[in-house]
Design a protein around this ligand. Structure first.
Ligand code: SAM
Length: 245
C-alpha cells in the first residue's frame, strides 16, 4: 500500500468534514493559536499540508505558511480554498523535499509522521525539518501514543472506534512496529465503504532520539493543543523540539 494510493482523488474529496471531527472549530482554534504562538511572528512550514485543514486558518490569521505535500489530489482540494500566492506548496516527500527559505517553525500534525513506514524515513524527516529551521527554530510533532496496552497477548487487532455507521479497527504487526487502520463506513444498505492506511508507530522517547540525531532537543510535551498535562494515560502528544544552536 503506497501513500500515493492511500491519498487518492476519492480520499481527498472526502477528507474535509467542516465543523466536525478534526475540523471541529474548538480544536482548530486551539491548534492555530498554539502554532501561531510558537512561530512568534516568523515564517512556518507544514510537512504533509494535505487539504490545508490547519494551514488555511493559520494563513488567515496572518501567518506566512508554506507546505510540502506528497499527494496532488490533496493539494488540488487545498487549491479550492486558497491559491499559490496565499499558501505555496512544494509537491514532494517530507523526508527529502526542500521548500525555499528558512523557517521559525516546521510542524507535522495529525499523526502524519507515522505515514513514513521505515524508522530511517522518520529520522530523515526530522533531519529535513532541521535543515529548514532558522537557529533556535522549532519542530512540532503531533502523534498518538501507541495503544499496545489494548492488545492482549495472542490478539493482533483492536477496535479503536465504534459509532453509528462507522467502525475503526487497527491491525498490528508488532514485529515491525506497524499497524494498518481500517475505516469501515456503513450506509443504509448492506455494503460498507472501507478505507485503509498503513502506519509505523513510535513512542515519544523514540521521537526524542530522532530529534537528537537531527540536532534538536525537546522543549515541551503536552497532551493537547491547550497545554493539558501529558500523563501515562494520554492517548496523544504534541511535542515541541528546538534546533540547538
Ligand atoms: C492525515 S493527513 C494530514 C493532512 C493535514 N496535515 C491535516 O492535518 O489535515 C496525511 C497527509 O500526509 C500526506 N503524506 C503522506 N506521506 C507523505 C510524505 N512522505 N510526504 C509528504 N506528505 C505525505 C498525505 O498525502 C496526506 O495529505
Amino acid at each position: 500500500m503506497r501513500q500515493e494510493d492511500v491519498w487518492d482523488v476519492e480520499t481527498a474529496r472526502r477528507y474535509d468534514t467542516p465543523g466536525e471531527g478534526m475540523f471541529a472549530p474548538e480544536l482548530l482554534h486551539a491548534t492555530v493559536d498554539r502554532l501561531a504562538e510558537l512561530a512568534g511572528g516568523g515564517r512556518v512550514l507544514e510537512f504533509a499540508i494535505g487539504t490545508g485543514r490547519v494551514a488555511v486558518p493559520l494563513a488567515a490569521r496572518g501567518v506566512d505558511v508554506t507546505g510540502i505535500e506528497l499527494s496532488r489530489p490533496m493539494v488540488d482540494q487545498l487549491r479550492t480554498k486558497v491559491d499559490e500566492s496565499a499558501v505555496p506548496v512544494v509537491l514532494g516527500d517530507m523526508a527529502t523535499a526542500r521548500a525555499p527559505g528558512q523557517y521559525a517553525l516546521v510542524y507535522l500534525v495529525f499523526n502524519t509522521i507515522s505515514n513514513l513506514l521505515e524508522q530511517d524515513e522518520q529520522v530523515r524527516c526530522f533531519r529535513n525539518a532541521a535543515r529548514h529551521l532558522l537557529p533556535g527554530g522549532r519542530f512540532v510533532v503531533e502523534l498518538g501514543v501507541p495503544d499496545l496496552r489494548s492488545l492482549p497477548p495472542g490478539q493482533d487487532a483492536v477496535v479503536f472506534h465504534n459509532a453509528d455507521g462507522y467502525l475503526g479497527v487497527d491491525t498490528y504487526d508488532v514485529l515491525h512496529q506497524r499497524l494498518v487502520s481500517h475505516h469501515f463506513t456503513f450506509g443504509e444498505g448492506r455494503q460498507a465503504r472501507v478505507g485503509r492506511s498503513p502506519h509505523r508507530y513510535a513512542w515519544p522517547a523514540e521521537l526524542d532520539l530522532m530529534a537528537q540525531l537531527a540536532g534538536m532537543a525537546l522543549e515541551s510535551r503536552h497532551a493537547d493543543w491547550t497545554g493539558g498535562a501529558f500523563t501515562a494515560e494520554s492517548g496523544s502528544h504534541i511535542s515541541v523540539y528546538r534546533l540547538l544552536a
